[in-house]
Design a protein around this ligand. Structure first.
Ligand SMILES: C[S@@+](CC[C@H](N)C(=O)[O-])C[C@H]1O[C@@H](n2cnc3c(N)ncnc32)[C@H](O)[C@@H]1O
Length: 363
């Protein structure tokens, strides 16, 4: 663990916002904290390492790296290579059934979604040694009492560190016994129940923007092949497919918890765990529909959506349509007009706008 080495990290997906970083003080803090302990020979797991900072620093410990985003897996691999760390990373996902050796040390960057934090704690609970010590890093401004409550559900001893560069560490030990497994999350929309794993967008109720989209979109007769990009639990694609049964819907999301949720809701769905539309080889679509992300964790960033708009251009048939719903204040129309010959507002209310883009006007 060379704290003084010069490290390089890149972001995947790329961003145009140069103020966004690849790690923060909470990551530095947790690395400092474990470097003071004798953890090198202990079985280690890392959770929520977004771009690979923790994985690079702890590579000597040959850790299990728990990932849930495809872009996270790619970023960590690229950053290990960029820093000339020649290990074959032990990536595992939240759906892992077993680990080679129970974890004695866990390093975790607390995610914005506390449901995801809870899911991580469930996984740690399942695969850790009884003497495990869990170091959870967070920026002080993101602290909520629920973090403590969640940690105390699984561990008897939960301590908070002093502040370092506006970050803190929660140290958890004293693993409790016989904790019950949690249930899946349910959302009901138009009499259908959608299931999802923790850590998937919009818990227990349909997102207002998504609802506005689904109440206003009419699939045109020739639109048979549809892509639901950034599908979450699949609610957009599944709803449209049930309303227009002769359509064939494809689903894409960067989040494995999301793509696996789609499988819970539609057995025959064609689902891709991907962050870059260019990596889905082959199909072109008559309709691409999306409620795209405009923030990641605590950061606001529309780069991912803009990249998707630019690339979607190449995956539409000649008569194809891109439909996007978003908060009005983001004003995607200016960006879409630079990409598509026809970009217009299909519907709007006081909060949301639905944009429609085409190559030519239908006859
Ligand atoms: C606003 S949510 C919409 C989810 C779902 N369509 C709905 O309406 O409930 C945006 C989704 O985009 C996904 N996402 C973020 N970045 C992505 C990327 N690069 N590629 C694919 N999906 C992405 C997120 O995981 C999230 O599920």
């Amino acid at each position: 663990m060379a704290l003084d080495k010069h490290w390089n990290f890149i972001r995947i997906p790329k961003t145009k916002n140069t103020t966004l970083t690849t790690w923060n003080a909470a990551d530095e803090h947790v690395i400092q904290c474990v470097s003071e302990k004798e953890t090198l020979h202990q079985t280690t797991a890392i959770f929520h390492d977004r771009f690979g900072y923790l994985s690079c620093f702890l590579a000597d410990q040959n850790p299990d790296i728990v990932i849930y985003l495809k872009s996270q897996q790619t970023a960590i691999s690229k950053n290990l290579a960029l820093n000339k760390i020649n290990i074959n990373p032990n990536f595992i996902t939240p759906f892992v059934h077993s680990v080679e050796k129970k974890w004695e040390v866990v390093i975790l960057h607390i995610p914005k979604s506390l449901d995801l934090f809870d899911l991580y704690l469930q996984i740690i609970f399942r695969f850790s040694d009884s003497n495990v010590v869990v170091y959870c890093a967070f920026m002080t401004r993101h602290f909520t009492k629920s973090m403590l409550k969640m940690a105390e559900f699984y561990f008897t001893d939960v301590k908070q560190s002093l502040t370092f560069k506006k970050s803190r560490i929660l140290t958890l030990c004293g693993k409790k016994e016989n904790i019950a497994e949690k249930n899946l999350i349910r959302t009901i929309f138009y009499n259908k129940t959608y299931l999802q794993y923790s850590g998937v967008f919009s818990k227990n109720q349909i997102d207002f923007a998504t609802r506005f989209l689904l109440e206003n979109v009419v699939v045109e007769k020739h639109e048979k092949k549809i892509l639901d990009w950034g599908c979450g639990n699949g609610i957009i694609g599944i709803f449209l497919n049930e309303k227009y049964p002769d359509t064939e819907v494809y689903y894409v999301d960067d989040n494995l918890l999301a793509t696996e949720s789609v499988h819970l809701n539609s057995r025959e769905a064609r689902v891709f765990w991907e962050y870059d539309i260019n990596n889905i080889s082959g199909p072109t679509f008559d309709l691409i529909v999306s409620n795209p992300p405009f923030h990641f964790e605590h950061e606001n960033d529309i780069s991912i959506s803009l990249d998707f708009f630019e690339k979607s251009f190449h995956y539409l048939t000649n008569k194809g349509r891109l439909i996007v719903v978003a908060n009005k204040h983001i004003n995607y129309l200016t960006h879409l007009k630079n990409i598509f010959p026809i970009s217009e507002i299909l519907a709007q209310n006081s909060k949301f706008a639905i944009y429609q883009c085409r190559f030519t006007r239908p006859c």
